[in-house]
Design a protein around this ligand. Structure first.
Ligand SMILES: C[S@@+](CC[C@H](N)C(=O)[O-])C[C@H]1O[C@@H](n2cnc3c(N)ncnc32)[C@H](O)[C@@H]1O
Length: 159
C-alpha cells in the first residue's frame, strides 16, 4: 500500500520494482488521485492498482491487511508523524515492512548562507514543534524508533 501517493510520481515505479504486486494507493486529495490514476494508466498500464481517497489516519482496511507500506514525502506534511505511522502500522501485517522516504530539512543548505534564511528555517521548526507538541519536525532524519516493537519484536532505527 502506498500512503499519500499524490499525483503518482512514485506509484508508477512500484509495480516495476515488485512484479505482480497488488497495490493500493491512497491519498487525501481526489484531484491528486485522479492525476495519479491517469499517470499510471499512461506509464504502467498493466499495473494492478486499487485507488482509495481518504485520510491515512483512518484507512478503512482491516488490521494487517498489507504486506508492505510505502510512503514518500508524506510524514513532513502530517501534524503528528508518529500518529500517522501508528495508523499505518495498524494495516501492516505482523512482520510486514515499511519504506519511509522523507526530506531531511535539517540539512537545508543556503548559498549564499544568510542569517535571515537560517532564522526562517529555525523559526519554522521551533514554532511547529511547540504548536503541535511534536517530538521532531525532521522525520526524514529522526524517524521515531519506538514505533515498530510490537510488529517485529525490535525497534526499527530511522536510516
Ligand atoms: C509532497 S506530496 C508526496 C506525493 C508522493 N508520495 C510523491 O512522492 O510524489 C504529499 C502527499 O501526501 C498527501 N497527504 C497529506 N496528508 C495526508 C493524509 N492525512 N492522508 C492521506 N494523504 C495525505 C497529500 O495529499 C499529498 O498528495
Amino acid at each position: 500500500m502506498e500512503a499519500g501517493c499524490g499525483v503518482g510520481a512514485q506509484t508508477v515505479h512500484l509495480p516495476a520494482a515488485s512484479a505482480g504486486v497488488l497495490l493500493t494507493a491512497a491519498d487525501l486529495s481526489a484531484q491528486s488521485l485522479a492525476a495519479a490514476r491517469a499517470r499510471v494508466a499512461a506509464k504502467a498500464p498493466a499495473a494492478d492498482v486499487t485507488w482509495h481517497q481518504g485520510d491515512l489516519h483512518r484507512l478503512p482496511f482491516r488490521d494487517g491487511a498489507f504486506d508492505h507500506v510505502f510512503l514518500c514525502f508524506v510524514l513532513e506534511h502530517l501534524p503528528d508523524p508518529e500518529a500517522g505511522l501508528a495508523a499505518l502500522r495498524r494495516v501492516l501485517r505482523p512482520g510486514g515492512t515499511i519504506t519511509v522516504i522523507d526530506g531531511d530539512h535539517g540539512s537545508a543548505f543556503f548559498h549564499p548562507q544568510t542569517p535571515a534564511a537560517r532564522r526562517t528555517i529555525e523559526r519554522g521548526r521551533r514554532g511547529n514543534q511547540a504548536r503541535r507538541r511534536m517530538r521532531t519536525r525532521l522525520p526524514g532524519r529522526e524517524l521515531p524508533v519506538d514505533l515498530m516493537p510490537s510488529s517485529s519484536g525490535r525497534p526499527v532505527p530511522g536510516r
